[in-house]
Design a protein around this ligand. Sequence first.
Ligand code: ZN
Length: 433
Amino acid sequence: MFTFSRALCALGVACAVGTAHADNLSPAEERIVASVRANAPQAMDLLERTVNINSGTMNHAGVREVGKIFAQELDKLGFKTRWIEMPASMQRAGHLEATRTGKQGKRLLLLGHLDTVFEPDDPVQKFERRGDRIRGQGISDMKGGDVVVIEALRALHKEGALDNTTITVMFTGDEEDAGDPKSISRRDMVDAAKRSDIALAFEGTVVVDGNATGTVGRRSSSSWTLEVKGRQGHSSGIFGQGTGYGAIYEAARILDAFRRELPEANLTYNPGVILGGTTTSFSESNMTGTAYGKENIIANTTLVKGDLRFLTMEQAVRVRAQMREIVAQSLPGTSASITFQDSYPPMAPTPGNMKLLDIYSKASADAGLGTVAAYPPGKRGAGDIQFVSSYVDSLDGLGVSGRGAHSPNEDLEPASLEKAAVRTALLIYRLTR
Ligand SMILES: [Zn+2]
């Protein structure tokens, strides 16, 4: 029906916030949105139940228990659920996977995680309302995001809109500290991505100036090891013929050249630990070492460990070549080598990811929740979606909004749960038509 307020909306005059822009939603979509909203109190109860179970990455029983609760919900929505065990040597709880298969629309992979950074002896509060916020272990990172997935699917199920769709839900048990080797701990996720067209991940929605954003790119986390050798000798001969510059000056030259020559957007490289002298030892497992040397001896060895964060593999290949070139320009009497270790591949902000964000933004606007812009990719740390983003179009940051993730003050902005579930339900609906 044509109403006065809708006429104002059409003329671009401010519409009531939170009211669906009904002209832009189909009748089925309107019912789906209403269904998400109607179930909001139960959604908060589900979140409370799961937040009150400690599921630190190393608390395997807790991770499994949270997984069991979400599995029960997904069973009710017609998914086939299974628990994926990890080898005992990996010391991780495993993952929850839920699948349904059909022939309609895009095949989706929905990513969440069951674990939190808070282990059982951590003093962080359980679910606790504080004024207009709610505190709790992993409430926004990311049990809230998991509940967004469940609630969006519940509303779609009620409408019969999941029929004949292909959707895989993967809630990992070790996102906060992924088990090694990652070729095993992320194998099932990569396999699921290969059976999908699109991956959506439910890490927190970052709100900038009151507007929700979406994550179209995340930087890699990778590290490097620089080993420098010099000729040991009497300090009085430093810079001289035969003795040379020593390993410590050579390491300083290399690091300073990195600082001066490498800067570019979305790239950082940080030396985190350095050891130099006549003998050094270093333990990778606890990142601790010792160095021995004397003021009157030219150092013959230096070790530096650092990280390198980049947005695309092209950038990584190019910058690593530059670093190798700098390393190779040895001062007299020295030599050096650098090696690189990958941990999380980057999620590059591809055109496919941007297109996905457009669909999400339109769904949000159509529901009266405002458009959604891209969050600057260089600003987000590593996340699970990076293991699959090279296979499928990907979008992250679709979960709840909160402050202080990983800190004792981690909290939730309660209204963000419903908003994220509305946006997600519409996005999944449109992608699977
Ligand atoms: Zn997380």
